[in-house]
Design a protein around this ligand. Structure first.
Ligand code: HEM
Ligand SMILES: [Ca+2]
Ligand SMILES: [Ca+2]
Length: 304
């Protein structure tokens, strides 16, 4: 498949496209910083189902939006706002899929990560099926399953570890990890043994067995609003929130990448923020649609 995207795709047709997206994300971020993790996650959920084509933004019965893993997505109002401004500036030119890819990058920059150039030129898809969200990795998936789901889309083990590092920002509801805290085993303290004991006490008090399942906890304790490598330090210390996150430290193949991000002696160091941009460019080129199977939507929540 020839490359359909390139950096600066809109430089002639809509020179202000990237700055309009950036400005819009910034404005929303200023009043609600949780849009940054929200937009980053939304782009990931878009790319893994039908490619990066804004299928995740379509409204309607049985669309991707209605499926379990997508119920908690946040930030579509930012995309809609940017789209309205872009339609005023350059009608019919900028795809919703590109707005989402740019907004994900801008979100990383707003949380003090490194920037990268986002190739653009994606077109918007016309298909969105709740049933296809099984492509998305689950928080209880084994490392082998996680690897397979990434591999199917052309992403290797390094990309997996790097991209999951997105959990350096944002939060999770208790419902996605509370089972690790109570009655996980019938022996010992009943919790997932990979959890640091002091951390376990803290998590149990925030997410008690019959407490509020919607209560939110930082995925990167102590650094949930900063795009840095401390998420990996937390994994090393048994302070991962999701079972899938903590498993990156249990499995030998993924652990070595975590160690390289931490600069462990004897291993070739990797800079998390630098690698993140590279893996994002790979992810955001998954299944890009062409003129024959994609369109430029007029509004992001519906096909033309
Ligand atoms: C094995 C792969 C992954 C699994 C199982 C997973 C699972 C989850 C879960 C269960 C949550 C909490 C959702 C909620 O409470 O609403 C979450 C949050 C998040 N995920 Fe992932 N994720 C994975 C990979 C990724 C990737 C590759 C990215 C982006 C490149 C990403 C970005 C995020 C972000 C930024 C949040 C915080 C969302 C917020 O605060 O609104 N995740 N993830
Ligand atoms: Ca998609
Ligand atoms: Ca962080």
């Amino acid at each position: 498949q020839g490359q359909l995207t390139r950096v600066g795709f809109y430089s002639r047709t809509c020179p202000t496209a990237e700055s309009i997206v950036k400005q819009t994300v910034q404005t929303h971020f200023n009043s609600n910083p949780s849009v940054a993790p929200g937009l980053l996650r939304m782009h990931f959920h878009d790319c893994f189902v039908q490619g990066c084509d804004a299928s995740v933004l379509l409204d309607g019965p049985n669309t991707e939006k209605t499926a379990g893993p997508n119920l908690g997505l946040r930030g579509s109002e930012v995309i809609d706002d940017a789209k309205t401004k872009l339609e005023a500036a350059c009608p019919g030119v900028v795809s919703c899929a590109d707005i989402l890819a740019l907004a994900a990058r801008d979100s990383v920059v707003l949380t003090k990560g490194f920037t990268w150039n986002v190739p653009t030129g994606r077109r918007d898809g016309r298909v969105s099926l709740a049933t296809e969200t099984t492509n998305l990795p689950g928080f209880r998936d084994s490392i082998d399953v996680q690897k397979a789901k990434f591999q199917d889309l052309g992403l290797n083990t390094q990309d997996l570890v790097t991209l999951v590092g997105a959990h350096t920002i944002g939060t999770s509801a208790c419902q996605f990890f509370r089972y690790r805290l109570h009655n996980f085993t019938t022996t010992g303290n009943g919790a997932d043994e990979t959890i640091n004991p002091l951390f376990l006490d803290q998590l149990r008090s925030i997410c008690p067995e019959n407490g509020d399942a919607a209560r939110r906890v930082d995925l990167d304790t102590g650094s949930a609003s900063r795009f840095d490598a401390t998420f990996f330090t937390n994994l090393k210390n048994g302070r991962g929130i999701l079972e899938s996150d903590q498993k990156l430290w249990t499995d030998a193949t993924t652990k070595s990448f975590v160690q390289r991000f931490l600069g462990v002696r004897g291993l070739q160091a990797l800079n998390f923020n630098l690698e993140f941009g590279k893996s994002m460019v790979k992810m955001s080129n998954i299944g890009v649609k062409s003129v024959t199977n994609g369109e430029i939507r007029r509004i992001c929540s519906a096909v033309n």
